[in-house]
Design a protein around this ligand. Sequence first.
Ligand SMILES: Nc1ncnc2c1ncn2[C@@H]1O[C@H](COP(=O)(O)OP(=O)(O)OP(=O)(O)O)[C@@H](O)[C@H]1O
Ligand SMILES: [Mg+2]
Length: 264
Amino acid sequence: MSTTASMSDATTTTPSTTSAAAQAKAAGKTLLKVSGLRVGYGGIQAVKGVDFEVREGELVSLIGSNGAGKTTTMKAITGTLPAGAGDIEFLGRSIKGRGAWDLVGEGLVMVPEGRGVFTRMTITENLQIGAYIRNDKAEIAADMERVFVTFPRLRERKDQLAGTMSGGEQQMLAMGRALMARPKVLLLDEPTMGLSPIMCDKIFEVVQAVSTQGVTILLVEQNANRALQLADRGYVMESGLITMDGDAKALLRDPRVRAAYLGE
Ligand SMILES: Nc1ncnc2c1ncn2[C@@H]1O[C@H](COP(=O)(O)OP(=O)(O)OP(=O)(O)O)[C@@H](O)[C@H]1O
Ligand SMILES: [Mg+2]
């Protein structure tokens, strides 16, 4: 099975463990389900009826060219843009019309395009804000320690103002802040945008590590090759519609995907 083979390439677990993990994901419960979603800006439809789902433990990649509607979809899911027709279910219940802050508290957390860190606050303060909805102090401290282990650079700079960090460091901070909310589903919108190749590698490594830790991830990426290599499944979006979907490795081999998104 291609998923099994690719996962054992990407992780250090044994093949049998990986196989069990892959099977568990395939049979996992659906955490996020989008059906017939339409989203518009004024009279212009940017998302024209899309269906997809993300199951527990999966890393799902959403790829597509500029203007396809990926960010619009992510914003509608997380309540930062009003959804039009269709429905969005999270943990089995409709969340349509709910606000972003409210959804963060339930575990639906997005790291937006452009990161959105609080530039005039320190790294530590930004991370504390990620946990704003929680009041379990000891666990918040433990989670912050875990974030510092995942991102040693953030520990080194913990008292530095976020606005003085490099783009890659700000991306790490944005991801760290999202993890402080204990996401059940983490949505990442183009985490490597504008970063150097080395920093891109680092961010992809961290996405992989966070996924391996058990966080369910929906990843929007311009780098379709890397995104599909990491993912369990993928969806291709074009002009507001999902045009292809399936096992990520199968999509990577698909001649249409290779021609349109991998420059072949
Ligand atoms: N605030 C807005 N007002 C009007 N139209 C918008 C707005 N934001 C996005 N759009 C339009 O909606 C469509 C989808 O944009 P969206 O940002 O969702 O694309 P995307 O797939 O995320 O693209 P990219 O890969 O460039 O980030 C585009 O045609 C865009 O011009
Ligand atoms: Mg976008």
